[in-house]
Design a protein around this ligand. Structure first.
Ligand code: GRF
Length: 208
């Protein structure tokens, strides 16, 4: 059976959605860069091995990422899923997991990379917002797009209301993308992802 390692930093609701999805894979570990990440509790209760690689305990980024890579490699995963992992990873680290490192981002990339995506979407007045699952490349919030879900912005939307609706879609598309990966259906060619055996439109979802 294939193995997934999930990296978190906080709440861990995407990790929870992945664990609950019953994917054809074992979740080998949930690893957090912060000891107080709330998601660690759910993972432990679900019987998933957890580990903290505390970013504050290392003098340099290289030292931290070396330890993180060792923690991941110990589980020999087929797939590493960043799920609210709030730390930019260095190019060497990203290359080490090239082709098997996925991320979820709360915007329709390439719009709004970085932080505070919902606030920025409201400030820009976009009418469609959403979320994206993508392969990770050294450029932050960039990389071949696997699936996106669109969330219409409503009149009078607040940052938190919009965030909640986007999060609901995140919980839908991340397990879906991981399932495709685990079924060996994702093919990356020239920076574009093809999902074998799936109608192309199935990788464009919309809020229902
Ligand atoms: C999600 O919105 C995710 O897209 C972003 O950070 C948030 C993490 O939430 N990268 P959670 O920890 O999965 O609940």
């Amino acid at each position: 059976m294939k193995k997934i390692v999930i990296l978190i930093s906080g709440r861990g609701s995407n990790m929870e959605a992945i664990v609950r999805a019953g994917l054809p894979a074992q979740v080998g570990a949930v690893i957090s860069n912060r000891p107080d990440a709330a998601g660690l509790k759910f993972a432990a209760q679900a019987g998933v091995e957890t580990q903290v690689v505390d970013e504050r305990a290392y003098a340099s980024r290289d030292a931290f990422e070396g330890e993180l890579a060792a923690a991941i490699d110990r589980r020999s995963p087929d797939l590493v899923a960043l799920a609210g992992f709030m730390r930019v990873l260095g190019a060497d680290f990203v290359r080490r997991y090239s082709g098997k490192l996925l991320n979820i981002h709360p915007s329709l990339l390439p719009a709004f990379p970085g932080l505070h995506t919902h606030r920025r979407a409201l400030q820009e007045g976009v009418k469609l917002h959403g979320c994206t699952v993508h392969f990770v490349t050294p450029q932050v919030d960039h990389g071949p797009i696997v699936v996106q879900a669109a969330v219409p912005v409503r009149a009078g939307d607040t940052e938190s209301a919009l965030a909640a609706r986007v999060l609901k879609q995140e919980h839908r598309i991340y397990p879906l993308a991981l399932r495709w990966f685990l079924e060996d259906r994702l093919v990356v060619e020239n920076g574009l992802v093809r999902v074998n055996g799936t109608e192309a439109r199935q990788s464009i979802l919309a809020e229902e």
